[in-house]
Design a protein around this ligand. Sequence first.
Ligand code: G6P
Length: 383
Amino acid sequence: TTVEKQGFRHFMLKEIYEQPSVVRSCLETYLQPNWHAQTNADISPIDLGLASELCENVDYIQIVACGTSWNASMVGKYLLEQLAGIPTMVQYASEFRYAPAPMLPNTLTIGVTQSGETADTLAALEMEKQRKMGLESPYDARILGITNRPESTLAHMVDRIINTQAGIEIGVAATKSFTAQLMGFYFLALELAYRRKNLALDKLEGLIKGLRELPAQIELILEKQGQQIEELAHEFADTQDFIFLGRGINFPIALEGALKLKEISYIHAEGYPAGEMKHGPIALLDAKVPVVAIAMPGLVHDKVLSNAQEAKARDARLIGVTSIDDSEARSTFDDLLFVPHVDELLSPIIAVVPLQLLAYHIAARRGLDVDQPRNLAKSVTVE
Ligand code: G6P
């Protein structure tokens, strides 16, 4: 093939390490260079090439997706609601097909799929297309796709796609396509926030500045943490269960961390909103069940730390994904996966990287077929 591993042991590892350049290419493609809130207030800092019919009069957003793309969509929901102020629903395509929500006026439907070929996602969108055909307003008909495969079936089916710039992904466990989907959601949420004047321009400018710093920050994690995470992974060669906790914008990252681990290492893993742990998963905890908590600086930081303390009281080994300057977290966790300090809204893209590495190294250590895990397919083109 023309796509080689370039010295990496697996495609998955290569794709994890490609993330800085994928994010960089997203920034180059979709951001206006040299945009400043003071001088350029009348033009959008983001250019997704979306026609105004697609992004005006959006009262609701409805997203359908599967697997990792669903997890990315959950981060998207947070951004669309908190930045653009648009109520957003995220549905599993396989569920939505058989129980579609009643239609609401002025809804933008979004299909999110890495491959652009997932049968359930395509069928859900096709169904939506048919349902919307009966409606009069053009604002009811629109469907947007988010994918890294501009030649896919999805791309031909929808009005418009956001090409996430991740390129072809070979490892069955999605990594760079996930971070690229997150970038797509940042741009979409910020573009809508700008058009709706839902966000102060200096806040917008700050977030864009933060987005521009991500590639170097991801590089730093890969350089500084790679080795340490590999060593840590060795300690979990015989572990059977993991719990991942996160809150707010990082709850979907807990889901994604757990999904990555179970997909390729076959270790049972559950992602949970940290505040819900007391309503169930806490019963599972003992010294044999490690808990990974995402405790990034921001609104829910202290809440996550206190949820993590509750796990510690049940003898669980605590692994924290925390900011480098977080001294409080240092005393809470047994093991630390450090990431640079970023705005909480940007933290999912930073927090997911050590979790991808952790899952990868645990699976590789177990000698498993990381790129082709049992029972899974890269794209599921049957129902
Ligand atoms: C399969 C893959 C997952 C992926 C899911 C959705 O199950 O193994 O990695 O997240 O399909 O795929 P899509 O191409 O629609 O994003």
